[in-house]
Design a protein around this ligand. Structure first.
Ligand SMILES: C[S@@+](CC[C@H](N)C(=O)[O-])C[C@H]1O[C@@H](n2cnc3c(N)ncnc32)[C@H](O)[C@@H]1O
Length: 266
């Protein structure tokens, strides 16, 4: 089942990831008058930055609660931006309606990557640009996520991949992206960047990240088990070991990860 990113409190993570939207939107200037679609807009980070720069913005996100949050943030700042409930498999926007299609750590979560790419290329104008970001494996942020993913796999059983499921896409891999975009007549370029995340201590980081939609969803699944409390305690302990080991700042807490900014155009 797909994760509802409206669960818990994505807002805190949204603030942490704002610098990525600043990088991406900065790469797209000038934006005045451009039609921008922010796919997987979350709390509206990239969408609102683009609106501030004079773009005509539509944010799209499957999480109804986050769409409401983004609308409220736009209203609070007096910005014109439309936010719609929708997802990458069927973007609620007409063909060719985006001069710029942005997706900051969002389309990478679509269950059918190739269907999402077909949709993104459909809504992008003939001279338009697609710019998305994806995590590069190997960093400490990804390593922490993998601890939780591995634990949930152990508890609920990963099982062999269903051959009928869409093939996953390595969204950080230039060759894989070129192959996926090529049938739509798009070429692809990649730029590598890095982001760090800080906290007062590993324990504070863990406490905050317990509100992340993925952590809340895992906690709900574990709580439904008869041994749920013990399982949750085990997961928390494993995460604590991992965040302490991966911490890059002995005086407080810091983890870093590379990400790719992918630009696709015809
Ligand atoms: C890590 S958040 C990023 C949000 C925002 N772009 C930001 O930078 O803060 C991932 C977002 O992708 C959205 N998302 C998940 N699956 C999606 C899909 N299939 N199509 C479009 N967006 C999706 C989630 O609802 C969530 O808002």
């Amino acid at each position: 089942m797909e994760l509802d990113w409206g669960l818990g409190e994505y807002e805190g993570t949204g603030e942490v990831l704002l610098p990525v939207s600043e990088v991406v939107v900065g790469m797209c200037e000038p934006l005045a008058g451009k039609r921008v679609v922010d796919l997987g807009s979350g709390t509206g980070n990239a969408a609102l930055l683009a609106a501030e720069r004079g773009a005509v913005v539509t944010g799209v996100d499957p999480a109804k609660r986050l769409v409401e949050v983004a609308r409220k943030r736009a209203a609070e700042r007096g910005l014109q931006a439309e936010f719609l409930v929708g997802d990458a498999g069927s973007i609620p926007v007409e063909d060719g309606a985006a001069d710029l299609l942005l997706s900051v750590f969002a389309v990478i979560f679509a269950p059918d990557a190739r269907a999402a790419i077909a949709e993104m290329t459909r809504v992008t104008a003939p001279d338009g640009v697609i710019r998305l970001t994806s995590w590069v494996p190997g960093g400490s942020m990804m390593a922490i996520n993998q601890v939780a993913g591995k634990f949930m796999g152990e508890v609920f059983g990963g099982g062999p991949a269903d051959p009928a499921s869409p093939k996953p896409l390595a969204w950080h891999d230039e060759a894989a992206l070129r192959e996926a975009f090529a049938p739509h007549g798009f070429s692809v370029e990649l730029e590598r960047h890095s982001i760090s995340l800080t906290a007062a201590s590993p324990e504070e980081y863990l406490e905050k990240s317990a509100q992340h939609p993925m952590a809340v969803s895992s906690a709900q699944a574990l709580a439904a088990r008869p041994d749920g409390e013990a399982l949750q305690a085990d997961l928390t302990q494993r995460l604590l070991v991992a965040v302490r080991e991966l911490n890059e700042d002995p005086a407080a807490f810091k983890v870093s990860n590379d990400y790719a900014v992918v630009t696709a155009r015809r």
